[in-house]
Design a protein around this ligand. Sequence first.
Ligand code: 13P
Ligand code: SF4
Length: 330
Amino acid sequence: MDFKEEILNLKRELDVTVVAHYYQKDEVFELADIVGDSLELAKRSLAATTQNIIFCGVGFMGESVKVMAPHKRVLMPKIACCAMAKMIDVDYFHANLKTLNDAGISNDDILPITYINSSAAVKAIVGKMGGYVCTSSNAYKIIEKGLSSGKKIFFVPDRCLGQNFAHKMNLKSAVIGVDSIETIKDADIICFNGFCSVHQLFTVEDIEFFRNKYPDIIVAVHPECDPSIVQRADFVGSTSQLIHFITQEIAPTQKVVVGTEFNMVNRLRPNNTFILSSTKPECPTMNETTLEDLYNTLISIKNRTFTNEIFISDETVHYARVALERMFEV
Ligand code: 13P
Ligand code: SF4
């Protein structure tokens, strides 16, 4: 079967918008009506006029659309989970709070901020506690806003993002379960010990290799990379910031080596762009979605069986939305 042709026909026939994150496979990405990074997709999906949204990405992204637009039907061709978002759940969140409480840091001393790469349930606890969601595009502003409360930031789930922004802002950071209680008590940003395995692939040796081979090369990385990488990079940015920098801000002849997901880097510009790893940094769960999955989801809308529809309880939607709206206000 020619899935591409069938998908185009079904899209014309049905009341549906197909949304895809930059990390999707090329053949899926090409057929989307809206593409973007996690922040852009959360905002732009809301403006979609169709009742059905098919979200080609990972679970927390589809959930964010459902939280912001609960009246829409959000379906995912694959229930693919972000490995980092899976590292924290409500129980782990509370266990970490208890560690802080036992160290003499009360809940009133903490303002939680969750990276958008977390479940709606985790966003909801953060919302209940007066906290914010952030993305890699706006983390600086959100942390700055959070610190204006005079409290310590409890940052979940990505320790690298927390450590990297603390370093950029000249603040002290600590990771629960890694650093001593004394270091944690002294920190401005206390991080949960989560990470993205894809962005941990890049090493200091990879940077040295490219700098030795091409002395003028620019090293551009995502802030989910380890602090040892981020602190050696020439440019650090979210997915959209990296795309803008590489395609708009530097000359086409400038060599650049990029530390982030492969599918996105691969379609940036054909020449003078390298991947900062000898291993292909593909996000395994983002790569699960195939054209056949997208076709099957469209057929399920046509047959009104609606496979892989996202459902979230009203209470979770309410509080997760509070945390997301606080982010949009900033
Ligand atoms: P963006 O917010 O840059 O889209 O990143 C999401 C993500 O999962 C990066 O690994
Ligand atoms: Fe999650 Fe990492 Fe994949 Fe991004 S690249 S979706 S953080 S596992």
